[in-house]
Design a protein around this ligand. Sequence first.
Ligand code: ADP
Ligand code: MG
Length: 588
Amino acid sequence: MPIRRMGWIGLIVVLAAIALLPLPDFWILQLNYIGLYSLVCLGLVLLTGVAGLTSFGQAAFVGIAAYTSAWLTLNLGWSPWVTLFAGLLLTGISAFIVGCITLRMSGHYLPLATIAWGLSLYYLMGNLDALGKYDGLLGITGISVFGHDLGQGRGIYVLIWLCVLAAVWAIQHLLDSRPGRAIRALKGATQMAEAMGVNTLRYKIIIFVLAALLAAISGWLFAHFQRSINPSPFGLKMGIEYLFMAVIGGVGQVWGALTGAFLTKVLEDQLQVLLPKLLGTSGSFEVIVFGILLVLMLKFLPQGLWSLVEQRLPLPPRQMDWADAPDLPARAQPGHGELVLDVRSIRKQFGGLTAVNDISFQIHAGEIVGLIGPNGAGKSTTFNLVTGVLAKTSGEVHFRGKDITRLRSRDILREGMARTFQHVKMIPDMTVLENVALGAYTRGQAGVVRSMLHLNQAEERQLFKQAQRQLERIGMGQYLHEQAGNLAMGPQRLMEIARALCCDPALLLLDEPAAGLRHKEKVALTNVLRQLRSEGMSILLVEHDMDLVMDVCDQLVVMEFGTLLTCGTPAEVQANPAVRAAYLGTEH
Ligand code: ADP
Ligand code: MG
């Protein structure tokens, strides 16, 4: 039996045994809290661990749902099963609004915004008469199933842990899916994700809402389990504690959320009993110990405790058989010699500096065009203007007859123009195959909900089949299941080319693909470029390595100080005295 399934069955057996065995009620109570915390921490794994968006405001989302559900059951007599949806709805809308405002912020502004939001909600809850001010709401009804009140012990325990397990299951499936690969790119590779056709802001908002909804389920359970609520468990202090728990357990992994919630709760209880005995006085000393522990954790085990488990138990790659999956629909490719890219006097000014000065050139199908020039000549800027990463000061770019001057990079990719990066951009902890599958993002449809419900498998098989095909096409077939971060520079650059090929492009743009490669790797790259051309691919190659450029290019565009020096075949360019002076002269 696969180890993952064994783990699941083991966990379910243990959880069921706890419910059935005559264990102390106190244990069940503690496990109920652990389950409630785990739900919130699972949201943080997604948001902070995977996507790199730090939030101190999750407790506030717990509070919105708890108060909504409590108020509606108390004042309108609605069933908790109805108010669950009201709580989810209100939390979801709040998170959406907050997310739309704050997720555009970068760096430390987002955490600061979540603090502000957590604080203001706490005071709102504490000051509204309808919500009982700081006394809160009392006498909240319990959750019933078929007329049977789940109570505060084993009944609600079962419900809480069913929610936790369902959430873990769904998030694991989400992270292993088309939208999941896009989400995993949010931490540190948004530019790459956009270049693969991903709307990164949209995904940030989606997971922000998703994390808030997990907190909302926790809040709903909490209100009807505790039967009374007040603002304090929804304040900033608790928001920080949730983040503590996630970091201690391992904020990058789904099981880390459960580990962190479990350890924090157990340790807190033990310390609350132990410390006053040791010190002879009572007080919240456990907070101090926690603070010290957290600092030590961040120093010595920043990946969290679950990472220790994972190192001991390296999970085998998920087995999926896609050999017989149907092929993805392909794009109509341009005929040989057809005009593919038409760059018409594009210009870019950075303040007073004209980095690209009215550059024009064309690329025809089946041609490799090299863009060369000394350092600082404006090659990368030109590249970024064509691919939509930078806005043009003036000029036009037409691609296969269509004006793409004002399109964003993710929309340009959808037209069939794919790129690689001067500095390799990838998701190091994903396999090569998964990284390359991200390149086929625009050729799939499965969204977040479908992926969480595991209804995306037919499409996943198609995407992986495509990824494997592109890797094999350029001789990378032996690296499929390697971690991308472990590859040497040569294979990393080829992986980027395979990823670009996955979107079925009509034009490939490569920014210095030979930079940092050893001789043998350069030869391999040259062969790949030749092979792609023979298969009809058009390529724009920005490159420093003169031998490689002269070797593979059909046409060259030479830039100097942002202007076009000359263009022509490699032989013509080499014979041009101006080029020799400007470029080759400085090189040799
Ligand atoms: P190349 O890729 O040919 O080495 P670049 O396109 O990177 O050259 O840069 C061309 C010129 O534009 C350089 O003088 C560089 O300093 C300037 N430049 C590039 N990017 C920016 C930017 N974001 N802001 C200001 N100046 C820039
Ligand atoms: Mg450059």
